[in-house]
Design a protein around this ligand. Structure first.
Ligand code: HEM
Length: 536
């Protein structure tokens, strides 16, 4: 049963923290010497200056000076918990991953987050939500580093730092986009491929009601490899068993800054363990060629989704969060997820944004936590074999692999496990045209946003959308007329209804569409003369 699964202790068993109650403990210096009282500073005489020899006080103050590690450059505000995953429907026909075998279970830790705000920012920001899961499988850790939206704002990774800067504080005013939304909308007015995600962001899903009531999506295409070495493309979905709920803009202003943290923590305390179904959509390489040729959907472009009617979800397993952390810093702040932490049977696709992420996360961990970030208790793999490699030493290497030779040795040879599939087979891939149109706008870019506006949103949802977006646009401080005209023209490519409602709400009329526009970061493939490349 869910109650009997207890995985946080496994994380904590590597430290002294387990059952570390004050009454059972003795007060010591950091080198372990008993010390009579925390306030006993050494000084010269009764009223004299303090002594340099007082290691206890100096160590206390200098450790305090170093208590903070850098916050995450994005997704800094977050909440998390421990739990477990189990496979309910084997995926063995598609993947050799051990965790997908019939009846397999593994401990997990999940971290949810907002994206743009700092570590102390408000949980109810209008922002995508991060949804990361560390699956501690018997073949190493698989990190599924996902969002609550199936698409993303960009398909060219070079745009990511630019885009993120527009979501952060403005350099001179130090204001967020809630008060000065110029850069926020200027970016979207120059990069129309963001429109699908903008529709989601300004709509009801822009403020989920806490973390329990939202889904998660890989967004990226992954690859699953089976024992014959055959592979399929896959999108991975996490569907909330609680369903979805959202807060309106108005409701969000009535909530406290740690609303989602409180909701998650106390739900788990009460035994209301949130759960998600893990499902996959899959596509053969041949089908991927076909959807590109016939529908203009490139599987390496995460501004697009795979239609679920055509590529139905197949449930693989489920997971639950049944245990709160005992120490937020050790178990959530120091957890380090990376899309490059993969296990055999799950591989990245050639999606350029994913490929960039494969580099970026471990790179930031080495900066944020240190070169030995994988050795921290919450990040350590829990595999049934003894791990060994030739990474040694560095700051805080508390597992430096003992007396084993630190080179590939014939004196004391290390064991290797042969690969179960032929890599020559698994690494072929559909090249398609992802790279050539990284920065090109095509008419297909507007199909899914149009379906969202016209078919998915209810009338009430459309009214809320117009209110949310026009309210946010009111704080554009510079070039307002120009930015809004461009935005209205992009809206018109989505739907005349959307454009005319937004024109009414903002009082700014746009152009007929985007065919007369050029963009500073994007070639306009829909321009009258699209051979005139403005950027690429
Ligand atoms: C966090 C980079 C796109 C989901 C982060 C972090 C970096 C980063 C540096 C901070 C990690 C840390 O300090 O622990 C990038 C780059 C991207 C990109 C360079 C594109 C080029 C995406 C996309 C998604 C995503 C497309 C989702 C599909 C997340 C999540 C976190 C995160 C969920 C928080 C992880 C946690 O809970 O610790 N990203 N990101 N990112 N990113 Fe991305």
């Amino acid at each position: 049963s869910i109650e009997n699964q207890n995985n946080g202790d496994a994380v904590r068993s590597y430290t002294d923290d387990k059952n570390h109650t004050s009454t059972e403990s003795t007060y010591t210096t950091s080198n372990g010497a008993p010390y009579p009282h925390p306030y006993e500073s050494q000084r010269a005489g009764d009223n004299g200056p303090l002594l340099l020899q007082d290691f206890h006080l100096i160590d206390l103050l200098s450790h305090f000076d170093r208590e903070r590690i850098p916050e995450r450059v994005v997704h800094a505000k977050g909440s998390g918990a421990h739990g477990f995953y189990r496979t309910t429907n084997t995926l063995e026909d598609l993947s050799i991953a051990d965790m997908f075998k019939e009846g397999k279970e593994c401990p997990i830790t999940v971290r949810f987050s907002t994206v743009g705000g700092e570590k102390g920012s408000h949980d109810c920001a209008r922002d995508p939500r991060g949804f990361s899961v560390k699956f501690r499988t018997e073949e190493g850790n698989w990190d599924h580093v996902a969002n609550n939206t199936p698409v993303f704002f960009l398909r060219d990774p070079a745009k990511f730092p630019h885009f993120i800067h527009t979501q952060k504080r403005v350099p001179n005013t130090n204001l967020t986009h809630a008060d000065d939304s110029t850069f926020f909308w200027d970016y979207f007015a120059q990069n129309p491929e963001s429109i699908h995600q903008v529709l989601i962001l300004m709509g009801d899903r822009g403020i989920p009601d806490g973390y329990r009531f939202m889904h998660g999506y890989s967004g990226h295409t992954m690859k699953l490899i089976n024992k014959e070495g055959k592979w399929v493309y896959a999108q991975i979905h996490m569907k909330s068993k609680q369903g979805t709920k959202f807060l309106t803009q108005e409701e969000s202003t009535t909530k406290g800054p740690d609303y989602s943290q409180k909701d998650l923590f106390y739900a788990i305390e009460k035994g209301e363990y949130p759960g998600w179904d893990l499902s996959v959509q899959t596509m053969s390489p041949e089908q991927a060629e076909e959807v590109w040729e016939k529908q203009g959907i490139n599987v390496f472009d995460l501004t697009h989704v795979w239609p679920q009617g055509q590529f139905p979800l197949r449930k693989v397993g489920e997971f639950f969060l049944n245990e709160n952390v005992k120490n937020y810093f050790a178990e959530i702040e120091q957890i380090a997820f990376s899309p490059s932490h993969l296990v055999p049977g799950i591989e990245p696709s050639a999606d350029p944004v994913l490929q960039s992420r494969l580099f970026s996360y471990a790179d930031t961990h080495r900066h944020r936590i240190g070169a030995n970030y994988q050795q921290l208790p919450v990040n350590q793999p829990r595999v049934p074999y003894r791990m060994a490699n030739f990474q040694r030493d560095g700051p805080m290497a508390f597992y430096s692999q003992g007396e084993r030779p630190n080179y590939l040795s014939s004196v004391d040879p290390i064991k290797f496990q042969p690969r179960s599939v032929d890599l020559n087979k698994t690494h072929g891939h559909f090249v398609g045209k992802a790279v050539t149109f990284l920065s090109e706008i095509r008419k297909e870019d507007f199909n899914a946003p149009r379906a969202l506006w016209e078919k998915v949103f209810t009338e009430d949802a459309r009214e809320r959308w117009v209110e949310n977006a026009s309210g946010h646009m009111a704080n554009i401080m510079h070039n307002k007329e120009d930015i809004l005209k461009r935005m209205m023209s992009i809206f018109r490519e989505v739907s005349e209804d959307l454009a005319s409602r937004m024109e009414k709400a903002t009082g700014v009329k746009g152009y007929d569409g985007i065919s007369g526009l050029s963009f500073n970061g994007t070639h306009n493939g829909m321009a009258k003369d699209s051979s005139k490349r403005t950027a690429n």
